[in-house]
Design a binder for this molecule. Structure first.
Ligand code: DHB
Ligand code: FE
Length: 287
C-alpha cells in the first residue's frame, strides 16, 4: 500500500520559470511569492515522498482543441519537458513510475473513470514549474511522477464534483498499490485568473481565500460548484482550481494545513501555495 504523505497545491505561472532562470526570486516583485515555499520544502524534506501524483492541465503541448481528453494519465518511464511557447529553458526529464501509473489506470477504469492512457507524454510549465519551486537547485529530481491532466480549456469541462471524485478514486488506487511508495499528491494551477477577453486581468481574492479554506476543512463545498461557477468566480483560467480539488480528493482522512501563502499578482494571476498533511500516516511514518 502506498502511503499518501499529503498534498501540495501550487501556482504554475510561466513567468515563475522566467524568474528562476534569471535568478531574481529575491527582488521586490518576486520575494512575496517565492517566500511562500521554504516551509513547504522543509515539510517535504521531513515526509520524503518518492512519488508525486500530479494533477495539472496540459496547455496545448500534448493536446489541442481538436483532440482533448477530459482526463489523461501518463504511463511512461520518462517525461521530457518541452516549452509550448513561453521561451522557458527546458528542464531535466522526469522519471516516471510506469508500474504505478498502470495500477492507477486499471483501478480508475474499474472505478468507471474512462481515462485516456498516454505511454508518451511531454510535460509543460504546469508540471515542471511547481517541481522547480519544490525542489530548486537544478540537481536530479528526487522523485518519480505519475502525471494526470484535466481539460480546463475546451468546453464542456469536467465538473469540480467529477474532479473531486477522480481524486478520491486515485486515493483508492494508491491504497491498493502493492508496493511501499511514499506519495505526495500535487495539484497545480490558479488561483483566480483570466488571460483574455473583456475580463482579462480578473482576480477574485475573497473567492480564492474561501477555496483555500474549504480545501482544508470542507472540500465537498467546492464539489458543489459547477465548472461555469468557477469561470464566473475565478476567471476563465481560474478553472485550474480543478487540479487543486482533484488533489484534495486523493487525501482519504483528516488533513491538517502545514503551510499556505497567497499573493497578488504574479503575472496576471493570484499566486498561491498550500501544503496539507494527511494526518495519522505522513509524519508518524516519517519519524
Ligand atoms: C499565466 C497563468 C497560467 O496559469 C498559465 O498557464 C499561463 C500564464 C499568467 O498569469 O501569465
Ligand atoms: Fe495555467
Amino acid at each position: 500500500m502506498a502511503t499518501i504523505v499529503g498534498s501540495v497545491m501550487s501556482s504554475h505561472v510561466p513567468a515563475i520559470g522566467g524568474a528562476i532562470a534569471k535568478g531574481i526570486q529575491d527582488n521586490d516583485y518576486w520575494r512575496p511569492f517565492f517566500s511562500g515555499f521554504p516551509p513547504v520544502r522543509e515539510w517535504l524534506g521531513k515526509v520524503k515522498p518518492d512519488v508525486a501524483v500530479m494533477f495539472y492541465m496540459d496547455h496545448g503541448l500534448n493536446f489541442f482543441l481538436d483532440k482533448m481528453p477530459t482526463f489523461a494519465v501518463g504511463a511512461a518511464a520518462e517525461y521530457r519537458n518541452a516549452d509550448e511557447g513561453w521561451g522557458l529553458p527546458t528542464q531535466r526529464s522526469l522519471e516516471g513510475d510506469a508500474p504505478l501509473s498502470w495500477h492507477i489506470i486499471e483501478s480508475l477504469i474499474a472505478d468507471e473513470f474512462d481515462v485516456t492512457t498516454c505511454q508518451e507524454m511531454l510535460v509543460d510549465h504546469a508540471c515542471i514549474i511547481p517541481l522547480q519551486l519544490l525542489y530548486p537547485g537544478g540537481g536530479d529530481w528526487p522523485l518519480r511522477i505519475v502525471p494526470i491532466t484535466i481539460n480546463h480549456v475546451q468546453h464542456p469541462l469536467p465538473s469540480p464534483k467529477r474532479c473531486y471524485a477522480l481524486g478520491q478514486a486515485v486515493g483508492r488506487a494508491l491504497a491498493s498499490w502493492q508496493d511501499d511508495a511514499r506519495v505526495v499528491v500535487i495539484g497545480t494551477g490558479g488561483l483566480s485568473h483570466q488571460l483574455d477577453g473583456t475580463r482579462a486581468g480578473f482576480i477574485n481574492k475573497p473567492f480564492d481565500l474561501m477555496c483555500m479554506d474549504a480545501l482544508v476543512s470542507d472540500p465537498s463545498r467546492l464539489a458543489k460548484l459547477s465548472a461555469l461557477d468557477l469561470v464566473r468566480e475565478a476567471g476563465a483560467q481560474g478553472t485550474e482550481l480543478m487540479a487543486w480539488i482533484a488533489a484534495r480528493g486523493a487525501l482519504p482522512g483528516r488533513v491538517s494545513k502545514v503551510h499556505s501563502a497567497y499573493h497578488v499578482p504574479i503575472s496576471n494571476t493570484a499566486g498561491a501555495v498550500m501544503a496539507l498533511a494527511n494526518d495519522g500516516t505522513a509524519l508518524a511514518q516519517a519519524a
